[in-house]
Every structure is written in C-alpha cells, then in structure tokens.
Design a protein. Structure first.
Lengths: 107, 121
C-alpha cells in the first residue's frame, strides 16, 4: 500500500495569511493526488484534483502543485470560512488512501 | 441538481451485518464509479472500495475483502454497501462518493451526507 505523510497535523493562522500543507507519498504516483476540505459534521468537499486542477466553484485562493511523491496545497489570503480539516488522497493504486489530515484554525 | 442521498443511521450488535444505501439523482448513474469511505469518530478518512454501476464490478481494499459487499440496482440508481460480522471498531460515519469523469482512479466530486453506523451490544 502507498503510505501518505501529511504535514503539519494542525496549524493556526490569521485572516489574510498564506498557508501551505504538504503531502508526501511512499512511492511515485504521478499526479493522482487530490485535496479535500472537511468541516465539522459535513462530508468532505473536493478542492483540487489531479494535483493542480481547481474543482469548479472552489475559490481561486486555493491551489495545488506537485508530482511524483511531493505535493502541496496552498491557500493564499486565508478567510474565516477556511477553518476546516484538509485531507490529501491518492488514486494511483488501490487502496486509495488518505493523509492523516491537517486541522486549520483561523485566529 | 446532483445528489447522493444515503439511508439513515443504524445501530447493530457485534457480529451482525449492515447494509447502507446511496441513491443518486441529477446525473447518469451508470456513467460514474462510486466509492465508499468511512470515518471513525474523531478520526481520518478510510477508503473502502469502489463499484462500477454499469457492470457491477468492484474493487475492495484488501482490509475489507472478506467482509464487504458492494452492489447496485440500476433501476433505482442506487448503490449499496454491506458489511458483515460487525465489530465495535466498525462504528463510523460511512460515506458514498462519486468519481469524477467516470473513472475509478479520479477524485471524488460528489458525496453523500453520510450514514452513522454504531456497533454496540
């Protein structure tokens, strides 16, 4: 199975800040990497697919990059509604595992 | 509107089975793959497997291979996930989700609301 290492596990930032989350995989997965946002009591929401493609309807302050084994999710100009937990997930080979999650608090 | 609507919460005894449904609407059911993902209380997301509603073909995570069954009923645009021999650590919120672009190896762009399954004696 492909192992996912997501960091940090939590962070606190202020409105207007720029934030980056990283996801590292145990083997190369090309661009089969996706990012989700989950708010308490809600289903995950797709933000970025195929490492860098912005899902329709997602604000442009969200962006993704990377290929192979190292990936990043960046949020520029943080907003209060960005407070959530963020997960990466690969779909290169089954099982399609998720990262452990990053809990983002907006101060 | 595109929707996935799941069945209601379940409380089961250890050793029992549970079958969760996920009804699709607003899109061509047979054109997409469906995944099941679960989330234990306060924990992360765990991918369980996918089903191709067109062929009925499935691909399960090896962890669940011997005690999960995914099926579909195309006449009512519904997929099902059945877990057997439930244990207390199967207590979780179970989600169905649709794959982008009709491929199993793509992202999941539409999610159900989740179904709580509690396993307790």
């Amino acid at each position: 199975d492909i192992q996912m290492t997501q960091s940090p596990s939590s962070l606190s930032a202020s409105v207007g800040d720029r934030m980056t989350i990283t996801c590292r995989t145990s083997q190369s997965i090309s661009n089969f990497l996706h990012w989700y946002q989950q708010k308490p009591g809600k289903a995950p929401k797709l933000l970025i697919y195929a490492a860098s493609s912005l899902q329709s309807g997602v604000p442009s302050r969200f962006s993704g990059s990377g290929s192979g084994t190292d990936f990043t999710l960046t949020i520029t100009s943080l907003q209060p509604e960005d407070s959530a937990t963020y997960f990466c997930q690969h779909s290169f080979s089954v099982p399609y595992t998720f990262g452990q999650g990053t809990k983002l608090e907006i101060k | 509107q595109v929707h996935l609507v799941q069945s209601g919460a379940e409380v089961k005894n250890p050793g029992a089975s549970v079958k969760v449904s996920c009804k699709a609407s607003g899109f061509a059911f047979s054109d997409y793959y469906f995944h099941w993902v679960r989330q234990a209380p306060g924990q992360g997301l765990e991918w369980m497997g996918w089903i191709n509603p067109n062929s009925g073909g499935t691909n399960y995570a090896q962890k669940f291979q011997d005690w999960i069954t995914m099926t579909r009923d195309t006449s009512i645009s519904t997929v099902y996930m059945e877990l057997n021999r439930l244990r207390s650590d199967d207590t979780a919120l179970y989600y169905c989700a649709r794959s982008v672009a009709g491929r199993p190896d793509s992202a999941m762009d539409v999610w159900g609301q989740g179904t709580t399954v509690i396993v307790s004696s």
